[in-house]
Design a protein around this ligand. Sequence first.
Ligand code: MN
Length: 403
Amino acid sequence: MTTWVDGAAGSRWDVTNLPYGVFSMAGDEPRVGCRIGDVVVDLAPLAASDLLDAAHVFQQPTLNPFMALGRPAWDSVRAWLVEMLTDDAARSEVEPFLVPLSDVTLHAPFEVADYVDFYCSLDHASNVGTMLRPDSEPLLPNWRHLPVGYHGRAGTVVPTGTEVVRPSGQRKPRTETTPTYGPSRRLDIEAELGFVVGAPSAMGTSVGTDSFADHVFGVVLLNDWSARDIQAWEYVPLGPFLGKSFATSISAWVTPLAALDAARVPLPDQDPRPLDYLRVDEDAGLDIDVEVVWNGTVVSRPPYRSMYWAPAQMLAHLTVNGASLRTGDLFASGTISGAAREQRGSFLELSWGGQELVALDDGSTRTFLEDGDEVVLTATAPAPAGGRIALGEVRGRIAPARG
Ligand code: MN
């Protein structure tokens, strides 16, 4: 099926993609839209004119009401959209509701309920373990038995383009005996995917790996900004806290799970075999290529297909104790790092703890982020009929510490 939208067929924003977001135009109210090519479909008036049952959920400033409807509604809206955007007979009905992307402001796509961050890359966990504990095994004993995670701060998840103020806090380098207070000197990124929960679950029940697609609406690209000096001093024994909670950036577009069908791949070999509640079907992994762009220079290409734990295993694990899901819950994969140096998804790893310089195209070098630096994460995935689709980018610039 070929779309009639000018310039969209064969592009990374073809009708096989159709991510959702929240947009507004000068002076009007934010509402739900869908991207195809370089235009946004204004879903609320289009759905109303076509008498769609779900029309009311699009006249909202977040995706949450739409996400709460669940898988059958997500599938039928997507099928309706594909039909409208490929049927030449529908063109005259739809065209009045297409808005050039350059005319819109994009907003946070959904209201984040709870936010959890995992640690699912074997290479990332091994690299960090080697740096933090040079004299012992890189992986702690639990790592191959469960997807390790922590609860992050939902209130500071911000959309792409939001400035990130350099955090201040307690830092204690190994060479000093007491901590001092001040701006982080080791400000970093983590290139990750975020999985967005639409359909809730009841407290006291768990969500099995085979129910993943019933609950997860889609995927965002996510940058888990991290202050390594604050983190290194505070994290024992309860885990990440202020070194992470100052900001987490997500893309403005949420890629529907259905758009990633062609990206499904087998997981890397899991040894030892996971416990039964973590067992998954074949093709539980995702073949998504990420790029990390630092002040315009591509410094890394992390491969999501190398991740050890699958998204369905993360979801099963985070609910196995009966913790409920809410619409808007966000769980992230942890830093995506491959085995090669140029596949590392954090600057901590790229600079190997600040010891190796990263060269940028403007002739400068870096270890960690400087004020004014901008980081952009982009990603693509295989499209069903060949070619690739794009995920929404996530962009952020570092502003100097305040006070
Ligand atoms: Mn992280």
